[in-house]
Design a protein around this ligand. Structure first.
Ligand code: SAM
Length: 235
């Protein structure tokens, strides 16, 4: 995927952490998604909708851009400014309590958000799977712990993340948490390559959260954490 196509959309207004377009690009380069105009993708935890824009442009599908903290009204305004209001629909719902139709989505994509709500066994089967079409695909990119530090998030990350440290889990741990089901064909998890570049774009941003992260990058973030890629193929 050519990231330069989206440069003008990546700004202090739209970024909410390490560059989500780079994370998405790695997922799409590894698992390209091409769909028809009436196929449907759920962007879960879309934030300001930057990822929803890229998903729509790269796949050709219709996108439901769902987020909890950013309102549908705010994202709707941005989508209209970007000229994608016909293709991308803003929604504001909690991922724990979604109200979509059964077997509605051809794919789910979720960048830098799945760890906030999905870090327990059974979440995928109960809260996500019912909305996915047969043969559907799930692509997730989230911050996590390197495999060698599995289970040590609180000990290693609390100075940086406080009470949220528990959300960081390793690729091996996420594979276990996703688990199995009669409708799941395969699950792959891995440590992503985009870590350095995605972080360096974020640390260069003039944003109070980026300033906070800068303090911990060399001592905590770089040695212990990674980005976890998750790919799920349904039957
Ligand atoms: C760090 S931001 C990432 C946003 C965007 N995907 C990106 O990469 O720029 C995390 C997002 O997760 C969303 N989120 C957290 N908990 C959620 C929940 N229970 N349901 C839906 N979204 C949630 C928040 O609303 C927030 O926008």
């Amino acid at each position: 995927m050519d990231i330069s196509r989206y440069k003008k959309y990546i700004s202090e207004e739209t970024m909410m952490g390490p560059n989500s377009v780079r994370i998405l690009a790695e997922l799409f380069d590894r698992h390209p998604l091409q769909f028809a105009a009436d196929d449907l993708i759920l962007d879960l935890g879309c934030g300001t909708g930057l990822t929803s824009l890229v998903i729509a442009k790269e796949t050709g599908a219709k996108v439901y851009a769902n987020d909890l903290w950013v309102s549908a009204q705010e994202n709707g305004k941005r989508f209209a400014q970007w000229g994608i209001a016909e293709q991308v629909k803003p929604i504001c719902e909690d991922a724990n309590n979604l109200h979509f139709g059964k077997k509605q989505f051809n794919a789910l994509v979720s960048i830098d958000s799945y760890h906030y709500f999905a870090g327990h066994e059974g979440f995928f089967q109960e809260k996500i799977l019912p909305f996915m079409k047969d043969s559907g695909v799930v692509l997730i990119g989230i911050p996590g712990l390197k495999d060698e530090y599995t289970g040590r998030a609180e000990e290693l990350l609390t100075d940086w993340l406080g009470d949220n440290a528990f959300m960081f889990k390793s690729p091996a741990h996420w594979k276990e948490l996703i688990g199995s089901h009669g409708r799941i064909e395969s699950v792959k998890t891995w440590e992503m390559d985009c870590f350095k570049k995605a972080w360096s774009d974020w640390l260069a941003a003039n944003n109070e959260y980026a300033c906070g992260d800068r303090q911990y990058f060399e001592t905590i973030i770089k040695p212990y954490t990674c980005f976890v890629g998750i790919y799920i193929q349904l039957k």
